[in-house]
Design a protein around this ligand. Structure first.
Ligand SMILES: NC(=O)C1=CN([C@@H]2O[C@H](COP(=O)(O)OP(=O)(O)OC[C@H]3O[C@@H](n4cnc5c(N)ncnc54)[C@H](O)[C@@H]3O)[C@@H](O)[C@H]2O)C=CC1
Ligand SMILES: O=C([O-])C1=[NH+]CCC1
Length: 315
């Protein structure tokens, strides 16, 4: 008996064949976030984060099984912030998708497309459940996540204006030009304070290792999707902002270690999944922060979606 081995899907193939479209991905990610806050549906041990200080890089190992979607997968992902200087993606990875009944690898996929879009989809779901008005979107950062967040949040909420700040102004200008070319009202900013003034929804998607966003600049009732991981996952916002806000995350199991600094400050953190499930109610009207950590189950269900979409085009 011959075995041709697992299917291999590159990022380019996933992108060119539109195997990860937002209309399908967002509901899949919403279900995954909801399931994490229910019993028995998701197995997702805390990920291993191996920092390599001498290389200014990190390697993360992220396995998960999602019962209702029958998705068994493991992502290995690297974060190398200095890659941008070499024209390479800072976050790269590979996802292995397994046949859950036999444990056989059925597909190996590049992980950039998955990580890029599932992260933005999770922020869109959090924004939907934690926030009301959505006229002005402000994005801090102009890299991969900034782009995917601009597209995904605008797809969901159709903002009147999208503002971009980046620590290198040229980056903000480039992304602004791209958005303007797509017919959006986009503006580049030199100052974070001016960029976020009166913004309804704010995204932080940088490698900043000390706070770039201050509580005193944020209007009451604004929602923040804090995505970046500099030194740790809570380095982009100042402590006062966390103290002012109602703070949510994707999984408390990871927060116990990855947001230890905030928990040690005595902050209460809740899971967005509880809001989606209706077991807790959102503090709409307050400043809300979705502290995105990134979950292995999001990668698993995204990989399963890609695999199912691939089978359809190969029929
Ligand atoms: N929560 C999650 O699930 C995920 C989080 N991430 C994190 O999101 C962040 C952005 O990732 P990508 O967009 O893929 O990277 P990228 O390299 O494409 O973009 C990084 C952005 O940060 C800016 N930047 C770099 N150093 C900075 C500094 N010291 N201060 C302020 N800005 C700085 C860059 O100019 C660029 O705009 C990273 O921290 C990454 O680890 C990435 C994937 C998933
Ligand atoms: O969840 C994820 O894939 C990542 N979080 C930080 C870098 C990559």
């Amino acid at each position: 008996m011959t075995d041709s081995g697992p299917l291999y899907l590159t990022d380019e193939f996933i992108r060119n064949n539109k195997l990860l479209k937002l209309d399908k991905l967002i509901p899949v990610i919403q279900n995954a976030m909801a399931s994490v806050s229910k019993n028995d549906e998701v197995i997702q041990p805390p990920r291993t984060i191996m920092n390599i200080p001498s290389l200014n890089g990190a390697l993360l190992s992220m396995p998960a099984f999602c019962k209702y979607d029958d998705a068994l997968a493991c992502k290995l992902v690297t974060a190398y912030p200095k890659n941008a200087d070499k024209g390479l993606p800072s976050v790269q990875g590979t996802v292995l998708l397994f046949d859950s009944t036999t444990g056989k690898v059925c597909a190996i996929m590049d992980g950039i497309e998955i990580t890029t879009w599932r992260t933005a989809a999770a922020s869109a779901v959090a924004t939907k459940y934690l926030h009301n008005g959505t006229a002005v979107l402000a994005i801090l950062g102009s890299g991969t996540q900034a782009r995917s967040h601009a597209e995904t949040l605008d797809y969901c909420f159709n903002f009147q204006q999208i503002r971009i700040w980046n620590h290198k102004y040229e980056g903000a200008q480039t992304l602004t030009k791209e958005l303007t070319a797509k017919g959006k009202n986009a503006v580049a900013y030199h100052s974070v304070e001016e960029c976020v003034q009166d913004a309804d929804v704010i995204v932080t998607a940088t490698f900043a290792s000390s706070p770039i966003l201050k509580g005193k600049w944020i209007k009451p009732g604004a929602h923040i999707n804090a995505v970046g991981a500099g030194i740790n996952h809570h380095s982009e916002l100042d402590v006062d902002l966390y103290k002012l806000a109602c703070v949510y995350t994707d999984t408390m199991a990871s927060a116990e270690t990855e947001l230890k600094g905030l928990l040690e400050e005595g902050m209460t953190i809740e899971e967005v999944g509880d809001i989606i499930n209706g077991t807790k109610s959102a503090d709409r009207g307050m400043i809300t922060v979705f502290q995105s950590l990134g979950m292995a189950v999001e990668d698993a269900v995204s990989a399963k979606l890609i695999y199912e979409e691939y089978k359809k085009i190969k029929k």
